[in-house]
Design a protein around this ligand. Structure first.
Ligand SMILES: [Fe+2]
Ligand SMILES: [Fe+2]
Length: 492
C-alpha cells in the first residue's frame, strides 16, 4: 500500500464483506436477481457488449489468458487469478460495500444522508458525468486493439489483456448505473456507449485523448501511466459523490485502476533500463541502431501523453465544476481528508494565466477553479513517477534525466490553448513552434522507428530487445509463466 504524503494514510475500510454471486449470468453484488426488470434489461445489453468485444476488443486470437477476476469487494482480497478464455471473462457489477450512515461530505447538502436515488434536479448532470466517464472505458480497449500483435513478451501481453477486460468491466459498471437509475434515457445512453468508437469520423469517442490511436507499446505504457491516471483522478472525484451508488461504483473501479498504472510505471521503467544498458554498452545516446528506444524519443512520447492528458481536466476555470461541487455531484480529490469547510464559498486560490505574452498569477474563487485543483493533484502525482524513472537512469550511472513538460506545453484546452509554449515553459511565437515542434513531440519518423522495433516475442520468459524483463511475475508466478495461450500454438 502506498501512503500519500499530502493527505496521510487511507482510513480503514468499513462495512461487512459481501461475496459476489457467480451463479448469475451477470455476476454482481447488487442483488440483480431481486430486480427482474433491471436484470432483463442488462441481459439484453450483454450480447451487444459481447459483439462489441469480439469486433473491437483485443484482436490477437487466444485460447486463454491468466486473468484476475473480481470475486469480492471487501477488505481482505478481492481477486481470483486463473486461465480463462477472454470472451468468457466474468464481467460483472461490483460496488464497494454500502455504508448505511454515509453522509454528503461537501457542498450545500453537506451533512444530509447520501442519496440512494437520483434527485430530479441533478438528473441531467449526473447522467452526463456517468456517460462521459463510461465512454472512456471501451474507448481505450478500442485504441489498444492491435497491440497484441506486437507484444514484447507473453507477460506484457497478459497485462495488456488484463487492462482491457477491466476497462470492459468499468463499462459494465457505468451501464449498470445508467440502466438502474436513469430509465429509458439511461438505456439509450448505454446503447450509444457501444456505438461511438475511438477514432470514428462520424461517431467518435467524447474526449479527444480517447480518439488517438495507440500505435505502439511505448505509447501504451505512457497511456496507462498518464491517461489511466487521469481516470484515477476523475474516479476519485466521483467516489466522493453524494449519489451513493456512483460513489461505491467508482470506489471499486479504483482498485482495478491501480494495476493499470502499475503497468505504465513499470513499463516505462523497463524501457528506460534497457535504453540505459544500451547507452552504456555502446557509448552513444542513439540506441536505435542497437535495438533500443532513444531517450529523446521517450521524452517526446512523455511530452505528448502528459499534455493530451492534462487537457482531459477541462478549463482551469469552470462554472460547471463549481456547480457540480456545490450540488454534491463531484467532490475534490481526497475530499473527506481535506482540512477546510468543504463548502468553499469564501475560499480562493491562485490561478496562472497568460497576459501580454507572460504567465501571470491572479486570485480567483476556489469554487471556480476546481478543475485546476484536481489537475494540480494529478500533475504532482505524475511528477512522482518521473522521479522514479530518473532514479533508474541514475542507478545506471547516466547523467541524462527525463522531465515533466510545463503545464502550458502543447495544450488545446484552457488558458494555454492557442499559445505555443516550450516544454520548459518559455512562451514562443507560432513560427518558432512550427520550426521546433519536432524536437518536442514525436514525429512520424520517430513513431516509425519505434514501430520498427515492435516485433512480437511470444516465447515464454523471453523479451523483445527494447525492453528489460520485469523483476517479478504476476500474482507470485514466475516471469516465464505461461500467462497466455495463443490460439495459434505454432506462434509459440
Ligand atoms: Fe477504467
Ligand atoms: Fe484503467
Amino acid at each position: 500500500m502506498t501512503i500519500d504524503s499530502r493527505t496521510g494514510a487511507a482510513p480503514a475500510p468499513t462495512g461487512p464483506l459481501s461475496r459476489v454471486d457467480y451463479s448469475e449470468r451477470i455476476p454482481n453484488n447488487v442483488d440483480l436477481a431481486g430486480d427482474r426488470r433491471l436484470q432483463r434489461a442488462l441481459e439484453g445489453w450483454q450480447p451487444k457488449f459481447l459483439d462489441w468485444w469480439k469486433k473491437l476488443g483485443p484482436g490477437l486470437p487466444t485460447k486463454d489468458v491468466y486473468l484476475r477476476t473480481a470475486v469480492a469487494v471487501g477488505r481482505d482480497g478481492w481477486a481470483h487469478f486463473d486461465h480463462v478464455p477472454m470472451d468468457e471473462y466474468r464481467w460483472g457489477i461490483f460496488l464497494a460495500e454500502r455504508d448505511p450512515d454515509r453522509k454528503v461530505n461537501f457542498g450545500k447538502h453537506k451533512g444530509e444522508p447520501a442519496w440512494q436515488e437520483v434527485p430530479g434536479e441533478h438528473r441531467a448532470d449526473l447522467l452526463r458525468l456517468i456517460v462521459v466517464q463510461g465512454d472512456t472505458e471501451p474507448a481505450s480497449v478500442e485504441q489498444q486493439r492491435v497491440l497484441g500483435n506486437t507484444a514484447p513478451s507473453i507477460y506484457d501481453l497478459r497485462n495488456l489483456f488484463q487492462v482491457n477486460v477491466e476497462e470492459g468491466r468499468h463499462l459494465w459498471a457505468m451501464v449498470y448505473l445508467l440502466h438502474a437509475y436513469f430509465g429509458r434515457e439511461g438505456r439509450e445512453e448505454a446503447e450509444q456507449l457501444l456505438k461511438r468508437n475511438s477514432g470514428d469520423l462520424d461517431a467518435p469517442r467524447i474526449l479527444a485523448a480517447f480518439n488517438e490511436a495507440t500505435t505502439d507499446w511505448l505509447q501504451f505504457f505512457m497511456f496507462t501511466y498518464f491517461t489511466d491516471r487521469d481516470g484515477k483522478y476523475q474516479l476519485g472525484t466521483l467516489k466522493e459523490s453524494a449519489f451513493d451508488p456512483l460513489a461505491r461504483t467508482c470506489e471499486f473501479m479504483l482498485k482495478e485502476e491501480a494495476h493499470h498504472m502499475f503497468v505504465g510505471t513499470t513499463g516505462v521503467q523497463r524501457v528506460l533500463e534497457r535504453t540505459a544498458e544500451l547507452m552504456r554498452e555502446h557509448g552513444t545516446a542513439d540506441v536505435f541502431p542497437f535495438g533500443g528506444i532513444s531517450l529523446d524519443v521517450i521524452q517526446k512520447y512523455l511530452n505528448f501523453q502528459f499534455s493530451v492528458s492534462m487537457d482531459l481536466f477541462g478549463s482551469e476555470q469552470s462554472t460547471n465544476a463549481g456547480n457540480y461541487y456545490t450540488s454534491g455531484l463531484k467532490g475534490r480529490w481526497m475530499e473527506t481528508r481535506r482540512k477546510d469547510d468543504h463548502v468553499l464559498l469564501e475560499a480562493t486560490r491562485e490561478l496562472r494565466y497568460l497576459e501580454d505574452g507572460q504567465i501571470r498569477t491572479k486570485t480567483v474563487p476556489m469554487l471556480s477553479a476546481l478543475n485546476l485543483d484536481l489537475r494540480d493533484e494529478y500533475a504532482a502525482d505524475c511528477a512522482h513517477g518521473v522521479r522514479r524513472w530518473n532514479q533508474a537512469l541514475e542507478d545506471a550511472g547516466l547523467s541524462e534525466r527525463l522531465y515533466l513538460p510545463h503545464e502550458g506545453f502543447n495544450r488545446k484546452v484552457g488558458v494555454y490553448a492557442g499559445h505555443p509554449i516550450t516544454p520548459h515553459g518559455e512562451i514562443i511565437d507560432e513560427d518558432t513552434w512550427q520550426a521546433r515542434a519536432a524536437e518536442w513531440l514525436p514525429t512520424p519518423e520517430d513513431r516509425e522507428r519505434v514501430a520498427s522495433l515492435m516485433v512480437p516475442e511470444y516465447e515464454y520468459g523471453k523479451f523483445a530487445g527494447w525492453i528489460a524483463p520485469p523483476k517479478t511475475g504476476i500474482n507470485d508466478q514466475p516471469v516465464e509463466f505461461d500467462y497466455v495461450h495463443l490460439a495459434d500454438e505454432g506462434l509459440i
